[in-house]
Design a protein around this ligand. Structure first.
Ligand code: GLC
Length: 559
């Protein structure tokens, strides 16, 4: 399918876009060093175009020591030399735009890396200096400042404060102040009360916008504003505890002032740049504030991602999110997989494992306890994906889900790279299992990824490689291609009507133009409603059957 180049100024392209997340270090390696790179993305533009997505979202490709897979940024306005150059970036954007694909880049504003010039300057400066004021440096508690300023903990395990050795002043050479890091100790948190920090991120937004990017994904958007009034308030869990904006660390009301400023920058462009917040805020009314037209425009909604494969739950989530997106002037977003969670065909393969803790225990067992029914997991994942791709709003897809990849749950421990593994003292494996470099070619070395990949690929990748699925009837790759192509053709106004009863196991909704999505969430086949004509089934996540819909299967009906 050929599509027009990105030249139309449509300012609302993002409202119902299919956005494909690329984790650049795991996508395709053209240099043979085992790390994916930007030319690797450009080289696969035909693949992305044939897949039928509207945009790519690039996870961080900035210079980084990879303490957190690139979410520890040394320099926000450059490319990691191992991944390419700014010229490679420009070539990628040009190739994407030629192929009709827009480009979203990841901005990480909560923290820099500890190698960032500002943090290095802060370490070298004295307590109380303007250099330190760009981050959160505080004196410790206890007689000698030997205790951290608060009991806050970090996302990857351990405390959220690290003490530095002073380089200046009367204490030079001795332990001194502490700095805050809600993630790894290599990720010091910025002080967003400092106008210099705000201004610098505006410069970064303009830097990439001027290079032609179409939008931004905003990392940990809900954490930027913090209550640092002394004495710091106690908080020993890393979840949001209240829904009124008074949590000391997350989703504080002041954060919206920051994003209103970002929107003003994004609106300097014509069409305005799009943005989507990563805000793990469980209260939808609060989450949607990030998505207001006066702020970022969209916020990720992880509700479906966190739900079991269940008709009633899926429907309730879809209904709620659509109503609330509408009320905020945003469009809804939908996600099943990303670089932070167990891939959805594996999640659906293990019954009775739903909480994060249960998933972590399952990963620690190498994906064996409880045993996974992978065939069923994939069947459900395909059905869930077609349920989701029919909904109004934007679909965010994670690289490899179009190949039906499972989590690599049994990575050898000595290969693990996620800071979670180290900071939990090897009690939590972390997120490497969804980040294993992609299998492109079943018969090539390293499955066509490039050099020996930075995370080892399992043998079963041979059956999942793009080369095997390309053109193969019924393959997951062909299902995604067909779905994205139909979605483009059928795209309708942003609303739907439920045809099925709320408690039904077979759910059915209809878009305003007559496009219908019927999902049988049950295990057993179900009779098709009498008014459904099989001839109108244009797409199925499983083998369609006369007058039936097989268990755990979705049908699409064209008007
Ligand atoms: C976000 C990213 C995750 C990263 C964290 C810290 O949640 O998606 O990968 O570790 O922020 O930047």
């Amino acid at each position: 399918m050929t599509r027009p180049a990105v030249s139309d100024p449509n300012p609302t392209w993002w409202r119902q876009a299919a956005v494909y997340q690329i984790y650049p270090r795991s996508f395709a390696d053209t240099t043979g060093d085992g790390l994916g790179d930007l030319p690797g993305v450009t080289a696969h533009m035909n693949y992305l175009s044939a897949l039928g997505i509207d945009a790519i979202w690039l996870s961080p490709f900035y210079p980084s020591a990879l303490a957190d897979g690139g979410y520890d940024v040394d320099d926000y306005r450059d490319v990691d030399p191992r991944l390419g150059t700014l010229a490679d970036f420009d070539a990628l954007v040009a190739a994407a735009h030629d192929a009709g694909i827009r480009v979203i880049v990841d901005i990480v504003p909560n923290h820099s890396s500890d190698r960032h010039a500002w943090f290095q300057a802060a370490l070298a400066a004295a307590p109380g200096s303007p250099e330190r004021a760009r981050y959160h440096f505080l004196d410790g508690l206890g007689a000698d400042g030997e205790l951290p300023p608060s009991d806050w903990i970090s996302h990857f395990g351990g405390g959220a404060w690290t003490r530095v050795i002073e380089q200046r002043g009367p204490n030079a050479g001795r332990p001194g102040q502490w700095y805050l890091h809600l993630f790894a100790k290599e990720q010091p948190d910025f002080n967003w009360d400092n106008p210099e920090v705000r201004e610098d991120f505006h410069t970064t937004l303009r830097f990439w916008a001027d290079r032609g990017v179409d939008g931004f994904r905003v990392d940990v958007a809900h954490a930027l504003a913090k209550d640092m009034a002394l004495p710091l308030r106690s908080k020993t869990i890393l979840d949001i505890e209240v829904d009124d904006g008074t949590d000391p660390l997350f989703d504080r009301d002041a954060v919206h002032d920051i994003f209103a400023g970002w929107r003003r920058v994004l609106n300097e462009y014509d069409p305005p740049k799009a943005a989507v917040a990563e805000a793990w805020v469980p209260f939808t009314n609060r989450r949607l504030k990030y998505a207001r037209p006066t702020e970022l425009g969209q916020a990720f909604n992880f509700d479906l991602l966190q739900a079991p494969f269940d008709a009633v739950e899926f429907r309730a989530i879809a209904e709620k999110c659509l109503v609330e997106a509408d009320a905020s002037g945003a469009s809804s977003t939908w996600v099943f997989s990303n670089h932070d969670v167990v891939r959805h065909p594996s999640r659906y393969a293990v019954d009775g494992v739903s909480t994060r803790e249960e998933m972590e225990a399952w990963l620690m067992s190498g994906g064996t306890v409880p045993p996974a029914d992978l065939e069923r997991g994939l069947r459900r994942a395909r059905a869930a994906t077609l349920f989701m791709l029919g909904l109004p709003g934007s679909a965010y897809l994670f690289q490899g889900e179009e190949l039906g990849l499972f989590e690599v749950a049994d990575l050898p421990e000595d290969a693990l790279a996620d800071p979670t593994w180290f900071r939990s003292n090897h009690r939590v494996k972390g997120r490497d299992g969804c980040r294993v470099p992609l299998p492109w070619d079943a018969t090539a070395a390293n499955f066509g990824f490039g050099g020996p990949p930075w995370l080892p690929q399992p043998d079963w990748f041979a059956h999942k490689a793009a080369s095997v699925q390309d053109g193969a009837a019924g393959s997951t790759l062909e299902m995604y291609r067909a779905a994205l192509s139909w979605r483009r053709k059928l795209q309708a106004e942003e609303s739907l009507a439920w045809v099925s009863e709320p408690a039904a196991t077979v759910s059915r909704y209809r878009r305003p133009n007559g496009w219908e999505v019927i999902t049988n969430f049950g295990k057993a086949p179900a009779a098709l409603p009498s008014d459904v004509v099989l001839a109108k089934v244009v797409l199925s996540s499983g083998e369609p059957a006369a007058s039936l819909i097989p268990g755990e299967t979705t049908y699409w009906l064209a008007p």
